[in-house]
Ligand binder design. Structure first.
Ligand code: DC
Length: 238
């Protein structure tokens, strides 16, 4: 009994990373998994999107290193939990930008911005700070390779391109009926290319990552798989 109590109060917590291609459902899985485990969920892509939003709004020439460094000094990024949407939302200099950063205008530029060395070290430092106490699920492109190379559980997600395009199209079309499937497909393929070919921390499956291909999986099935993986790791620690 004592031991049970001990583990209830001092339950070991792990770090879970979810990396993979654009629009393969990383954030959906990460959010659900965090909820089940009572962990914090952090969307690292939102950080690169918020930085891109700042650069666009303030006409920052991101090919100019000095301008980028100065701009980063003026950027503060925070995540706050929203009780209504029941998720953590991103704030750029005090403004909730969770929804504006999902726009295709941002998606078209974010991979270029995310390839800049100073932008990456700025974002990675904050991501590592957020994960200091474990009990976190973070999704992105380099979380298992660069941000938390020692994470206890690393998941790498894939899905067929056609399925990914379809899913993202539905999501964007709901907000903007002028959008075409070609635009969405082009953006997805371009981001996959840039994200996996950039010099610093390109998208890679970490050697110890477990792959989940969700082309033919329902959301419930993929969540079940992830929970099983997490439980196995936690059991080993207990
Ligand atoms: O996950 P997302 O689609 O919101 O990410 C937007 C972009 O940010 C993605 O195309 C590449 C970049 N990104 C990154 O370089 N590293 C991460 N850890 C997360 C995102």
């Amino acid at each position: 009994l004592f031991l049970n109590h001990f583990f209830f109060y001092f339950k070991p917590k792990i770090t879970i990373t979810i990396d993979g291609w654009s629009s393969c459902g990383k954030s959906t899985l990460a959010k659900q998994l965090a909820k089940v485990l009572g962990y914090v969920y952090i969307d690292s892509g939102a950080m690169y999107r918020a930085i891109t939003l700042y650069f666009l709004r303030n006409h920052i020439d991101w090919t100019d290193e000095k301008e980028v460094t100065e701009a980063l000094n003026n950027i503060s990024i925070e995540f706050h939990y929203n009780d209504v949407s029941q998720q953590s939302e991103i704030y750029l200099n005090g403004e909730n930008v969770e929804y504006v950063i999902r726009d295709l205008v941002i998606a078209e530029k974010v991979s270029d911005v995310a390839a800049i060395e100073s932008v990456r070290s700025f974002a990675v430092a904050q991501q590592q700070k957020l994960g200091m106490y474990k009990g976190i699920v973070m999704d992105g492109r380099d979380i298992g390779t660069t941000v938390f190379p020692d994470a206890e559980l690393k998941i790498f997600m894939t899905a067929d391109t056609a399925v990914r395009v379809e899913r993202r199209f539905k999501e964007l079309y709901a907000k903007n009926p002028n959008i075409t499937i070609e635009e969405v497909k082009n953006n997805l393929e371009m981001r996959d290319y840039i994200d996996s070919n950039r010099k610093i921390s390109p998208l890679r499956k970490a050697e110890d990552a477990i792959e989940i291909d969700n082309t033919n999986l329902s959301m419930e099935e993929q969540l079940r798989k992830a929970i099983d993986l997490a439980e196995k790791k936690l059991k080993r620690l207990a």
